[in-house]
Ligand binder design. Structure first.
Ligand SMILES: Nc1ncnc2c1ncn2[C@@H]1O[C@H](COP(=O)(O)OP(=O)(O)OP(=O)(O)O)[C@@H](O)[C@H]1O
Ligand SMILES: [Mg+2]
Length: 252
């Protein structure tokens, strides 16, 4: 969340991005620029391409045409440069994919020690600070299975932050959680947004979008159909597809 995102540097730039799975056109001429400090919420029906969009940004999925830049650099196909850029794109998924046989603190320090070559003690100190920030420092010595889903997801956020990401991608981070744990994770995300983190968040949590998003991007059938500030999008959606979609999620 920034006052003037229009003036900030682009962190993620997608230009004319197309992606197919066989005959299926999953991303159809996607143009999206996310600037430093911006929080963009991506919303849309199941199968509209939201997860695929996130996955192409750090090349978990390749694209068929178009360009994707991270911090002004075109993502390389492979190799060291890709690993370097990818390590600065934090990702938090729906399922809490922590390493089961590592403690909470080890989960957070592993990346910095292995990839960033941080010293073990530095990594631990920073790891504890991050666990503190997401409210699970008292769980540092436990194993993931001993934590609730909400706690595990907060560890996953701390783990991503430990790599000093330029941007954080969240793909439905609260949709696998029991309802009472949703807010503890959303609160951490709102806090990150307030600290100026650049974020792309796939979520149907309208409360989060209203509180933290600078922009809502509505996807349908692989296309960005509509983009607006949250208030305008939720109160005055322009397209039939957005209106239909909102009428469905709002009745739940
Ligand atoms: N690896 C794959 N191989 C083939 N088709 C795929 C693959 N991954 C996704 N798809 C298809 O691509 C389309 C977009 O999928 P994607 O997961 O990006 O949608 P989504 O908007 O994230 O949906 P949801 O809200 O259900 O998570 C869907 O039709 C899906 O079935
Ligand atoms: Mg998805």
């Amino acid at each position: 969340m920034t006052d003037s995102p229009a003036a900030a540097q682009p962190v993620v730039e997608m230009e004319h991005v197309d992606k197919f799975f066989g005959d299926l056109h999953v991303l159809n001429d996607i143009n999206l620029t996310v600037r430093a400090g911006e929080v963009v919420v991506v919303i849309g029906p199941s199968g509209s391409g939201k997860s695929t969009l996130c996955r192409t940004i750090n090349r978990l999925e390749g694209i068929n045409s178009g360009t994707i830049k991270v911090a002004g650099e075109v993502l390389p196909e492979e190799g060291r440069e890709l690993a370097r850029l990818r390590s600065r794109v934090g990702m938090v998924f729906q399922s809490f994919n922590l390493f089961a046989h590592k403690t909470v603190l080890e989960n957070v320090t592993l990346g910095p020690v292995k990839v960033k070559k941080s010293g073990t003690e530095d990594a631990k100190k920073r790891g504890m600070e991050l666990l503190e920030r997401v409210g699970v420092a008292n769980q540092a010595a436990k194993y993931p299975a001993q934590l609730s889903g909400g706690q595990q997801q907060r560890v996953a956020i701390a783990r991503a932050l430990a790599m000093d990401p330029m941007v954080m991608l969240f793909d439905e981070p609260t949709s696998a959680l029991d309802p009472e744990m949703v807010n503890e994770v959303l609160d951490v995300m709102v806090g990150l947004a307030q600290r100026g983190m650049t974020m792309i968040v796939v979520t149907h949590e309208m409360g989060f979008a209203r509180k933290a998003a600078d922009r809502v991007v509505f996807m349908s059938d692989g296309q960005i159909v509509e983009e607006a500030d949250p208030e305008s999008f939720f109160t005055r959606p322009q397209s039939t597809r957005a209106r239909d979609f909102l009428s469905k999620i709002l009745t739940h």
